[in-house]
Ligand binder design. Sequence first.
Ligand code: RBZ
Ligand code: NIO
Length: 355
Amino acid sequence: MDIIRQYIEQIRPLDEQAMEAAQRRLDSLTKPPGSLGKLEAVARQVAGMTGSYETGKAGEGILGKKAVIVMAGDHGVCEEGISAFPQEVTPQMVQNFLNGGAAVNVLARHAGAEVICVDMGVCADMDHPGLVNRKIRKGTSNMAKGPAMSKQEAAQAVQAGFELVGGLADQGFRLFATGEMGIGNTTASSALLSVLAGIGPDQAAGRGTGIDDATWQHKQDVIRRVIEANRPDPHDPLDVLAKLGGFEIAGLVGVILGAAARRCPIVIDGFISSAAALVAARIAPLSVGYMLASHLSREQGHGKLLEAIGLAPMIHMDMRLGEGTGAVLCFHLVEAAMKIINEMATFESAGVSKG
Ligand SMILES: Cc1cc2ncn([C@H]3O[C@H](COP(=O)(O)O)[C@@H](O)[C@H]3O)c2cc1C
Ligand SMILES: O=C(O)c1cccnc1
């Protein structure tokens, strides 16, 4: 797909000089070298993304405005009985996001971030002034019987996410998080992990919204059937995404690539967001430099997913919700890291003796 090739070409490696300057600055601050651990690593990485550690001039936040992009879509594979909740919860939760009552809304308000809610393929007619409509189709096809999406639909969803982030960057947004809503999407994400990382469904699939033992075994069988029915090519990430993904997952792939193309940090949420991140990493390996993994979800397989991308999570909070909740929580840490590198006194300015 030509458009995706163009996106890949827009993603540049991290700026090594800016990272070295950040490291020198970190080592000049009034603390033993390296003593702020991952906060220092985050500050250095963000400097590599943006080209300088000297942020804070943008006004709204130390990096600029911040947004969590919550993409929603339904999944045909729900017909197979793989979730503890019915499909109508997807549009009901979208309404909840729009009313400001979901967990991600509360945490986004706490972090001073906007929630951008996007209909990528919800199985209902949604009409609300606050909802971004990028609906590809009302729900994917049942991937236990054939491809979830056509390759063209998957590319269209990636394009929607990429363009959305570009538009937000034009409005001064500089720090992004991924979020999603879609009953059944842990099944799609587990199937993506299984094929892209070569892990059996018994290791790749977790309990999602909280299924019992029998349903968990059944979910693994469904994933085996899904892979058998589609035979995706593990070396063709767009093929895997189209056959086993979802509209919201494909949209998030575009969001991640779009943030990387704009040299903005993209904080990755839990299991489903990380499945999108793995697809993005396989499409454009340089995009990994712009990713910050937020938390380690309780969902089985999340650790392996992050390992396959080469990311380490910032926090362990025993969360397993999605929506972008863990990622938004980590906005505080990313901003804290940038404040440390910009605002701390140096040994010289504070007159503190070096060791
Ligand atoms: C009320 C409610 C709110 C949610 N917010 C996120 N999810 C999470 O659960 C779903 C995935 O789990 P599964 O694959 O088992 O269906 C996704 O929508 C995910 O975002 C929710 C689920 C529910 C029930
Ligand atoms: O980690 C997640 O994102 C997750 C886990 C279970 C259910 N929904 C989301």
